[in-house]
Ligand binder design. Structure first.
Ligand code: ASP
Length: 641
């Protein structure tokens, strides 16, 4: 279908009569939705001359005496265009026969009722004037089919054709509305200043792999993985509330739904002594975005474990969940709290032969009913021991089947009933493995049984269990360990080097005040002033209080993270901190992910105009490309094939 696009261009100047009319044409004076809203003004009023611009939406039907064409305007609305040889000139009627789906056009005429629908107020535009502004060169019938079934089936190199469809028009328009609301809330309600920070930054070890930008001076810039250091320097520059919709770049594994370049709602505040002040601003954004643009309420888990709609945005609403509680109850630091599946600790009854992973725990799916094979096939985890069983007659089954786990007290009673499923695994005392095997099991269960283990909604004293609408449930996960031991290669059990540390969030995060002394004695026990915002099992944002004391920051770099060339890498930050930089804290929200969730999509590609594919290629422009040797030599680069 798209072959015809590979055109042979002539070397001659194109024909003036063909080209110039494409540049001089009547511009739209209204839109289809405005016409529909003001029908009485337009209907059968030949003096009310209308011009619309847009694309042909479906294959036209042109017979010898009658022609029907469908125009889609910039809002994605459609109107039928109607012509007979009597309503328009011969030349235009002839032109209509050349029209093809997705051509861009300008049409002028007046509005009348559709003949067959005279009472129903369905209208059409009678064509008086018509211009093809650019033909699409596409095989209409196939493209039309693709547009209707799934716009994503249109080949990705023709992203602009995908984007013309209602799905993507809505996605990108929603994204634009969300950015406007964010700016309104942050600037108008909270006095933030939007400041752009450089994209040509320098290479520093902040966590992710960077993209380097060569220069002719044989030095390199790096694209920022986030504006973290610049925003901290801004806090030292007299701005107390900064934000930006920031482009970030990370040269990371693209297999999961990630993009090498993405956007964050990045913010920072100074002179604050408590991270709740960041939380309040962020919740103001989140509740408003979901309420006003997502048309959905936000919920929290209340003190008795039910879902409660958030109606009052004063004060922090989402519950705070300790990292260690998240891991022990749900096996992951971003639990989907729409579901109340919590693990049971079986440590008193069983012992694991690998004593680095002494905790034996279970996730029980009560009354699971039919278990599809697709689900059990997915439970073949590399990390063992992991077992699952369906209870049939009696529960002696554990002792016999779990390799590596021994019964230490036979008096266990898990209160299993026929039809229940039990999954059992182990974890270390302090879990760095994230998710744990049971955490993965819980995630797969949620995917497989999306309606089964939902928490009830508590409303006006009643518990509602059979609701079928999507709920948006948020929580703050706090008290993360400030450092993790470095993970080593391993096959079954994860292995760590407990003498080498890396920052859980980033190296600029402050510790909990009460854990300060542990920085010297036992860094792995130190908790960070770090908070993640998790919504429906997705980590939507994360942030922290920062270290604004340059001595302490230097200590963390040197003594804990063992960074050698601190001056070269972070001297700029230490200097800015040491010159009266106020206490500050901040956070960044994944803007693409948030937009995707708002439109109900699981892929951030749906809300990015020109995403890269899984190989990091932009299929529209076919980047990245090779660069010829002469250009490379200006940058002092040679490429080893
Ligand atoms: N810069 C951090 C990130 O990209 C967010 C923050 O701490 O504000 O995750």
């Amino acid at each position: 279908m798209f072959k015809s696009l590979v055109r042979c261009y002539s070397t001659a100047l194109p024909n003036k009569q063909t080209v110039l009319p494409r540049f001089t044409f009547p511009v739209a004076n209204t839109s289809i939705s405005l016409i529909n809203k003001n029908l009485s003004k337009y209907l059968n009023n030949k003096h009310e001359k209308i011009t619309l611009n847009g694309h042909i939406n479906r294959k036209p039907r042109i017979r010898s005496t009658l022609g029907f064409v469908h125009l889609r305007d910039e809002n994605g609305d459609e109107i039928q265009l109607f012509a007979t040889p009597n309503t328009t000139s011969d030349a235009i009627f002839k032109l209509l026969k050349e029209v093809s789906v997705e051509d861009s056009i300008s049409v002028s005429g007046y509005i009348q009722s559709k003949e067959s629908k005279a009472n129903k107020q369905e209208v059409e535009l009678v064509i008086e004037d018509f211009h093809i502004l650019n033909p699409s060169n596409l095989e209409a019938a196939r493209l039309e089919k693709l547009k209707q079934s799934s716009p994503k089936d249109i080949p990705p190199q023709f992203r602009y054709l995908q984007l013309r469809t209602p799905f993507f028009q809505n996605a990108l328009r929603t994204r634009s509305k969300i950015s406007k609301l964010i700016r309104d809330i942050l600037i108008e309600n909270h006095n933030f200043v939007e400041i752009e920070t450089p994209l040509l930054f320098k290479s520093t070890p902040e966590g992710a792999r960077e993209f380097l930008v060569p220069t002719r001076s044989s030095k390199f810039y790096a694209l920022p993985q986030s504006p973290q250091q610049y925003k901290q320097i801004l806090m030292s520059s007299g701005f107390t509330k900064y934000f930006q919709l920031a482009k970030c770049f990370r040269d990371e594994d693209l297999r999961s739904d990630r993009q090498p370049e993405f956007t964050q709602i990045d913010l920072e505040m100074s002179f604050i002594n408590n991270s709740d002040q960041i939380g309040l601003v962020v919740e103001d954004l989140i509740h408003n975005i979901w309420n006003k643009i997502g048309n959905k309420s936000t919920y929290k888990v209340n003190s008795i474990g039910n879902l409660e709609r958030i109606t009052n945005f004063d004060g922090l609403q989402f519950e705070k969940l300790d990292y260690i509680d998240a891991l022990t109850k749900y096996g992951i630091d971003k639990p989907d709290l729409r579901y109340n599946l919590e693990f049971e600790n079986l440590q008193d009854y069983f012992v694991n032969e690998n004593n680095e992973f002494p905790i034996v725990e279970a996730c029980i799916l009560r009354n699971a009913g039919h278990i599809p094979k697709s689900f059990t096939d997915g439970l073949n985890f590399k990390r063992k021991p992991f077992v699952w069983m369906i209870k049939n007659e009696e529960d002696k089954l554990i002792q016999n089947k779990v390799k590596g786990i021994y019964v230490k007290n036979a008096n266990y009673n898990l209160d299993l009933n026929i039809g229940d499923v039990i999954a059992i695994s182990t974890r270390s005392e302090f879990p760095y493995e994230n998710p744990t095997p049971l955490g993965k099991f819980r995630q797969l269960t949620i995917q497989e049984f999306p309606d089964k283990y939902k928490r009830p909604i508590e409303e006006n004293g009643k518990l509602i269990t059979n609701y079928n609408h999507d709920v948006i449930v948020g929580s703050w996960v706090v008290n993360f360990p400030l450092f993790n031991p470095v993970e080593l290669e391993s096959d079954i059990y994860p292995k760590y080097d407990y003498t080498k540390f890396q920052s859980t969030h980033h190296p600029f995060t402050m510790c909990k005040i009460e854990d300060y002394d542990l920085l010297e004695t036992d860094p792995l026990k130190v908790r960070g002033e770090h908070y993640d915002l998790v919504i429906n099992g997705v980590e939507i944002g994360g942030g922290s209080r920062r270290i604004h004391d340059s001595e302490l920051q230097n200590y963390i770099f040197r003594n804990i993270l063992k960074i050698n060339n601190i001056d070269e890498l972070f001297g700029h930050l230490l200097k800015a901190l040491s010159m009266g930089c106020p206490p500050h804290a901040g956070l960044a929200i994944g803007f693409d992910r948030l937009c995707a969730m708002i439109i109900g999509s699981s892929s951030i590609k749906d809300v990015i105009a020109f995403p890269k594919n899984q190989s990091g290629v932009d299929p529209v422009v076919d980047s990245p490309t090779q660069v010829n040797r002469e250009v490379l030599s200006e940058y002092h680069i040679t490429v080893n094939k």
